[in-house]
Design a protein around this ligand. Sequence first.
Ligand code: HEM
Length: 473
Amino acid sequence: VPTVGSSSLPILSYFAGRKFMQNGRRLLQEGYKKYYGSVFKVAMSDQWIYVVSGPSLVEEIRSWRDDELSLAEVFSQTLQLELVMGTKATKHQYHVDLVKNELTHNIRVILPDVIDELSLAVPEHIPTKGSEWTKVHVLTTMQKVVARASSRVFVGLPACRNQEYLDYAISYTIDLMNDGKVFQKFPWIFKPVVALLFSNARKTLRKSVPILKPMIDERKAMMAKWGDDWQDKPSDLLQWILDIAVPEKETDFDIAARLMSINLASIHTTSMSVTIALFLLAQNPEYIEPLRAEIRSVIEEEGWTKAAFGRMWKVDSFLKEILRHWNLGTVTLLRRALKDIKLRDGTVIPRDTMIVAATDATHNDGAVYDGADHFDPFRFARMREAEGEATKHQLVHTSVKYMSFGHGRHACPGRFFVANEIKSLLSYLLLNYDIKLSDDGPWTPSYYGLDIIPPLGSLLFKKRENSVHYEAA
Ligand code: HEM
């Protein structure tokens, strides 16, 4: 397997790995061009990653079984997940299926709650006065708003308004990443002890348990009294988890660990995407009116409903184009080989290495998208207008050409929910606020290692005179 950006010799590849943090995106694009349709490898400071490109290899990767190429095992060793979260939540991840099935099928029912929560959380976190411009740090504000709206459907009231719980929900991801950096410094034999004694994520998770406990106890009492169903039985992730966890005799810690796993997958991905969207709008004010006009007209006809968000083709396209052009990670479909994997072309991916798809390079390939290096907010809306193409170019549709949510069996199960959540939030913001750049200036997209660096500055927000009353239909 050819190497890009370094020598294969261990010491040289170590230094190349450090360089990868700065110029990883360029190296992946270089490897993609040179070895399109085959496999190349790049050095990261602690491991090699094998990169595939082209439709047939992406299809091949996604077709391997989980006991051969595993998504769950990608970070489980480096982050010592079993010790941080316990065996139950790491080994039997039924909470992922609950997102895929229950959450997705209930979007119409839970959307009014999301909208209700947003309508309270946004003015609280964007406290404008009269017609003055107010400077707002966008990423941290969106984390708080998204954590609260998402928690409304993950744990319901009152925990979704408990600031301490929300802080844990937000910090869990950051704690895990910081833990990973600490664990990396120890030989494997000491990692379990270090994880048990020093993991911040484990501490955060433990601190969330007493906050959730009264709700868990109350719901368990209702389940004991009424069985499977009762009037006003909550429709939220906590309840769907309890429906399985209680007969399985899982502990409160196991239940909290499942909730935190979903917070991990959802809060930062969503808030980063919204933050990028807001900066792009402030930097390109000409995008705002077409979006606002579309939002206003469909909400006037349909109310704040799933049907309305389904008809927002321009908003959908704008969001899809953001993730096409600046995907949150340069690669997706991350998998760890649990044994030597022999691909159809004879390439062998050695056991215990990571294999990924070159998502950013594919998305920015001129042969895949016309004018790929140009951000074209309404490209997907135009593509949908062609005969028979209306669903193929929706935000939630994945393919070998569009892998921002992965592709195949493990494609992001939260994407249907998040498409509605982001559209609700963006609609609320655009109808109620004017937005412009602050003296922090515009966002210049860049990546560190495999990840995008989201906008870290502030924007100015001003309440619009003709704000739209926000009410779930
Ligand atoms: C813009 C926001 C989001 C992006 C860009 C995103 C992207 C992704 C990607 C790339 C994957 C890996 C897919 C693969 O490797 O094949 C993934 C997995 C996952 N996502 Fe998302 N996601 C987002 C929001 C959410 C939300 C809101 C939830 C929950 C409500 C969620 C839940 C999950 C879960 C549980 C998995 C693991 C799937 C599995 O293990 O099979 N995501 N997501």
